[in-house]
Design a protein around this ligand. Structure first.
Ligand code: NAD
Length: 500
């Protein structure tokens, strides 16, 4: 089966309803409460991946801009307006941020959909989660307590949880408003100030959010935004001696680089990295539910998801029936205009991303995998890629081992639960997994045996709205986001001993 090549997913580009903020002109960065261009005056272009049309540009910030932002954040950190703010007031400001996100959710979701191609349904979902994450962390400033420790007669000892200082936040383009809140909300709840460095190809929603934050009671300089390239602005932020911590989401390769670079100044680092997550379908699964979850698992956000379940393992006895049903279900995931109601899959985010996914299909063919469906461009303009399924794969193939980050799944079989566990864990990654079964024992055995930070049973990609930890085993990351674990990574503990 091959994908149609002549269907234009976006029929009439000129009539698309695009917010003015993304349409044209140059947007500004935010440093110390002021909108600024890059010191160099240089800019970076943005492209709508559905139409290949130019969008507004953003400043190409570099080391000098990062330095100015870190100084502004440092000044805000020690300014009594933030440093001495009462915990309940800080909590109220986080709730205010949740309010503005809610009020402007439609606009922010549309900006992301236009800027990076995720369907409106998905970006709307991310924005809904974003405000919930801020509300969750809004409750924490008043509860962030140390402990009183027995220290003997005439002595008193207690601990304080204190903020770190300036936190640099760097994250990816595949869900800008999905990834930022679980970093920004706990950083602020703990009393830090931040410098944000969004991904160079999808910065527009962050710049709009910064504009909205300027209308809240957040003191100027607490949140600063520098746009720019990873190798320039990103690297300068990681190397800056005035930054106490880097919270990073991105590829495993860049995450390793970030950790190495952060070593010189011994910054705290938390890393949310890549994955090659398994979907494991047992013969006793409810196949109607499983087949939809498995398809969404590797096709959602056109496969550009850290938790993409791109390795599918099916119990041998149901292989034929499952593949037949999966292929039928995949038809509902045909790519379309991200702004159209009901579109489940948009384009790949950039031309570079399209070329990268295409090159993996060349690799798959060279390695001897069979392209069951898809395998290349979808439509005749935009960076749309056909939903793709590969079989006849071996565990050593690159398409089985490496994160493709496109709408590409590989499918293979297992014989029993031990075989399923062994194959699912045969990866350097460990971000997530989904298991499809109606057998309680199988479900719990799999949940315990799979080496991943999150295991979903009979569901997929249900993300936390703040209260559940999320993060990677193995090379999928370091540290956790969400819940108290996530908050603690933005604090440091001080011990106080008093002679009475
Ligand atoms: P990337 O690593 O190329 O870029 C991520 C961010 O790092 C960008 O802002 C980029 O500008 C910056 N960057 C690049 N080089 C840098 C450097 N030398 N120093 C500092 N910053 C630098 O990743 P990407 O392609 O934008 O995102 C896709 C990857 O992110 C995938 O591997 C995906 O699995 C992963 N991801 C992980 C999670 C998670 O929560 N675990 C969530 C989403 C995406």
């Amino acid at each position: 089966m091959t994908a149609p090549v002549s269907v234009p997913p976006v029929a009439d580009t000129a009539r698309r309803d695009i917010p003015a903020f993304v349409r044209d002109g140059e947007r500004m960065m935010w440093i110390g409460g002021r909108q600024v261009a890059a010191v160099s005056g240089r800019t970076l272009p943005n492209t709508d991946p559905a139409t290949e049309e130019a969008l507004a540009s953003v400043p190409r910030g570099e080391a000098a801009d990062v330095d100015a932002a870190v100084h502004a954040a440092r000044a805000a950190f020690t300014d009594p307006a933030w440093a001495e703010m009462s915990p309940d007031r800080r909590g109220r400001i986080l709730n205010q941020i949740a309010d503005v996100i809610e009020e402007h959710a439609d606009e922010l979701a549309t900006i992301d959909s236009v800027n990076m191609g995720a369907p409106r349904m998905l970006t709307a979902h991310m924005l809904a989660e974003a405000s919930e994450i801020f509300r969750y962390y809004a409750g924490w400033p008043t509860k962030l307590s140390g402990v009183s420790v027995p220290a003997g007669k005439d002595r008193m000892a207690y601990t304080r949880k204190e903020p770190l200082g300036v936190v640099g936040i760097i994250w990816g383009w595949n869900g800008p408003m999905g990834q930022l809140p679980s970093k920004l909300a706990p950083a602020l709840a703990a009393g830090n100030t931040v410098v944000l460095k969004p991904a160079e190809t999808a910065s527009l929603s962050t710049l709009r959010l910064a504009e909205l934050l300027a209308g809240t009671d957040l003191p100027a300089g607490v949140v600063n935004v520098v746009t720019g390239l990873g190798a320039e602005a990103g690297q300068a932020l990681v190397a800056h001696p005035g930054v106490a911590k880097i919270a990073f989401t991105g590829s495993t390769a860049t995450g390793k680089l970030v950790q190495r670079q952060a070593t010189d100044t011994l910054k705290r680092v938390t890393l949310e990295l890549g994955g090659k997550s398994p979907s494991v379908v047992f013969a006793d699964a409810d196949l109607d539910v499983a087949v939809r979850g498995v398809a969404a698992g590797f096709l959602g956000n056109a496969g550009q998801a850290c938790v993409a379940a791109s390795r599918v393992f099916v119990e041998e006895s149901i292989r034929e029936e499952f593949v037949e049903r999966l292929l039928k279900t995949m038809e509902a995931f045909a790519p379309g205009d991200p702004l159209t109601q009901g579109t489940l899959v948009g384009p790949l985010s950039t031309k570079a991303q399209f070329d990268r996914v295409s090159s993996y299909l060349d690799i798959a063919r060279e390695e001897g995998a069979n392209v069951v469906t898809g395998g290349g461009r979808f439509g005749d303009h935009g960076y749309f890629f056909a939903p793709t399924l590969l079989d006849d794969v071996r565990p050593d193939m690159r398409v089985v081992r490496e994160e493709i980050f496109g709408p590409v799944g590989v499918i293979t079989t297992f014989t029993d639960i031990d075989d399923a566990i062994a194959q699912a864990n045969d990866t350097d990654y460990g971000l997530a997994a989904s298991v499809w079964t109606t057998n309680l024992t199988t479900a719990h055995r799999m949940a315990a045996a799979i080496e991943a930070g999150t295991v979903w049973i009979n569901t997929w990609a249900e993300m936390s709205t703040g209260n559940l930890p999320f993060g990677g085993y193995k090379q999928s990351g370091l540290g956790r986001e969400g819940g108290l674990e996530g908050l603690d990574t933005y604090t440091q503990v001080k011990t106080v001993r008093i002679a009475l």
